[in-house]
Design a protein around this ligand. Structure first.
Ligand SMILES: Cc1cc2nc3c(=O)[nH]c(=O)nc-3n(C[C@H](O)[C@H](O)[C@H](O)COP(=O)(O)O)c2cc1C
Length: 193
């Protein structure tokens, strides 16, 4: 598929067009070096006060994956069980230097996930974020201290044939569209559009 033609006439990094969130994962284990490269990319995200509030709890071993899968919404379990790596993205809600609330922590963790997803694509893999999981249950299962918010679980792996998916999910297995730029960009001040 020519992603660039599909998405935009603007001149931007191709990797951005090539990233999308598939559900057909092959289950093939990820090369450890590739996984560390992907996490390294996330490490270099910018953050308020350079606090780097993100934490990545990686489930690659079978027993760890089973724990994360248990907390996923049923609709996500269906496909995410095939992803060889599941990464819970947590973030510290207060600054580490003074313990005051860090209201930018979610913004920063979101940026780190974006870096992770792009690097995954560059490594020949795909990353698919999920907000559909039982947050309290997963926090407990992962023994995450109270000062962390759990934002997402990210499935990472190689793309498989859509045959691994149910018929319903097969229909959704394609890159999605975006709102036009003029709908989301406001020059000067906010205008009702
Ligand atoms: C924070 C977040 C939560 C999401 N939660 C889910 C989810 O629970 N299940 C799912 O299948 N996809 C989930 N997605 C994937 C989005 O639906 C997807 O990113 C969006 O439709 C845009 O498609 P694309 O990533 O293929 O470009 C989530 C994405 C993000 C960033």
């Amino acid at each position: 598929m020519d992603f660039k033609e599909r998405y935009s006439d603007k001149d931007i990094n191709n990797l951005i067009f090539e990233r999308w969130s598939p559900r057909a994962f092959s289950g093939k284990p990820i090369d450890e070096q590739k996984l560390m490269n992907i996490l390294e990319a996330a490490r270099w995200a910018p953050s308020c006060f350079n606090d780097q509030p993100w934490r990545f709890i990686v489930a690659a071993a079978e027993k760890d994956r089973a724990v994360v899968i248990e907390a996923l919404a049923d609709t996500n379990k269906l496909w995410a069980k095939n992803a060889p790596v599941l990464v819970a993205v947590a973030s510290r809600t207060s600054f580490s230097h003074n313990d005051k609330p860090n209201r930018w922590n979610g913004f920063d963790a979101g940026c780190a996930w974006g870096y992770l997803a792009l690097e995954a694509r560059r490594q020949g893999l795909y990353a698919h974020a999920m907000g559909g999981f039982d947050k309290l249950k997963l926090k407990e299962l992962l023994e995450l201290p109270d000062e962390y918010e759990l934002y997402a679980v990210v499935a990472i792996g190689e793309l498989a044939s859509i045959d691994v998916l149910s018929e319903e999910l097969r229909g959704r297995e394609k890159p999605s569209e975006r709102k036009p730029l003029e709908n989301i960009v406001h020059f000067g001040k906010y205008q009702v559009k």
